[in-house]
Design a protein around this ligand. Structure first.
Ligand code: PEP
Ligand code: MN
Length: 338
């Protein structure tokens, strides 16, 4: 349930309620809005009643949250969450573009790509150092050497870094290098990993699993928020359907649906969603038109030589064109790029 305070509630009034919540064995999640503070009471709601809180000093209202996801819901927080990746803000008016290769391969590849995507309008450089490959015989990523190359690219360009972590044991290491930590589609329901990430002070990019329902996606995000990390960006990257022409089916519906049901930002990944470089541009336009807060795009200097996901990677010139193309669409939906 949500406890809404009157605008003039003092620190002591709020602390009093927090203590009561904790005495009952529940968790209190405080959210300070511009006008008033609200507390999310997390635990088995059948064991408490609204009457236990409704008459406490400066409590204005007590509202049950009926949905299974609580802290990620719009009922809990009306205003959009803005995720701060240092000075880069995802979920505000500006559309944020993340771009780079699927995998970090070598210094020349990552530095040249970083420079090109920065020039083209990206704010965040993507690149995998730990790769979740279907085949154990495929390139698995450079590991920490890849992270070091990402750091070099950051020092050269000023771009922020997003990179994937696959295991709980690697979280501290990856967090040392990344500004935004990616949970890949295959790990969306790795609850141990989610719990570990919920305890760190780094924003998380949570990609939807290719077979996850809306509810499963939001419940995965709930793991992060309920553990204490509310800096979460969702990402739609395509789901598996009977369609085999494209690698996945881009579920654009989920973008406006998430906007209705959650306050968290959501970005789109047209590269994995389509699997085809020539579809990345039109589907980027579509994602912005339906309300995505950003894009994550695979870009490679020579896609035909890429160690992973070459078929869906676009070249530098196409990336610059893509950013130009989405600008008028962003303006049409009341957003900006750059
Ligand atoms: C990736 O971003 O390269 C990746 C492996 O993504 P996903 O987890 O969405 O497949
Ligand atoms: Mn990839």
């Amino acid at each position: 349930m949500i406890i809404v305070f009157q605008p003039l509630a003092s620190k002591q009034d709020i602390q009093h309620v927090v203590e009561k919540i904790e005495q009952l064995g529940f968790q209190a999640h405080i959210s300070k809005g511009v006008e008033r503070t609200i507390i999310g009471v997390i635990g088995d709601e059948r064991k408490i009643s609204r009457e236990q809180f409704a008459l406490l000093p400066k409590v204005e209202n007590v509202i049950p949250i009926l949905k299974p996801y609580k802290l990620v819901s719009r009922e809990f927080k009306k205003e959009n969450t803005v995720v701060n990746i240092e000075e880069v803000k995802v979920g505000g008016n500006e559309i944020i573009i993340m771009a780079g290769p699927c995998s970090v391969e070598n210094e020349k590849q990552i530095i040249s790509t970083a420079e090109a995507v920065k020039k083209g309008g990206a704010k965040i450089l993507r690149g995998g150092a730990y790769k979740p490959r279907t085949s154990p015989y495929s390139f698995q990523g450079l590991g920490e050497d890849g992270l070091k190359l990402l750091r070099k690219a950051k020092e050269k360009t000023g771009l922020k870094i997003v990179t994937e972590v696959m295991e709980s044991d690697d979280v501290d290491l990856v967090a040392d290098y990344a500004d935004l930590i990616q949970v890949g589609a295959r790990n969306m329901q790795n609850t141990r990993l989610l719990r570990t990430l919920s305890k760190i002070k780094k924003p998380i990019l949570l990609k939807r699993n290719f077979s996850a329902t809306l509810l499963e996606f939001l419940m995965a995000a709930e793991y992060l928020l309920s553990g204490g990390n509310d800096q979460v960006i969702l990402c739609e990257r395509g789901i598996r359907t009977f369609v085999e022409y494209t690698r996945n089916t881009f579920d654009l519906n989920i973008i406006p649906v998430i906007k209705q049901l959650s306050h968290l930002p959501i970005i789109a990944d047209p590269s994995h969603a389509t699997g085809k470089s020539d579809l990345v541009m039109p589907m980027s336009r579509a994602a912005i038109a339906c309300g995505a807060d950003g894009l994550i795009i695979e870009v490679h200097p020579r896609p035909e030589k890429a160690e992973s996901d070459g078929d869906q990677s676009i070249r530098f010139d196409s990336f610059s064109q893509l950013v130009k193309d989405i600008k008028p669409i962003a303006t049409a939906v009341g957003r900006s790029v750059n």
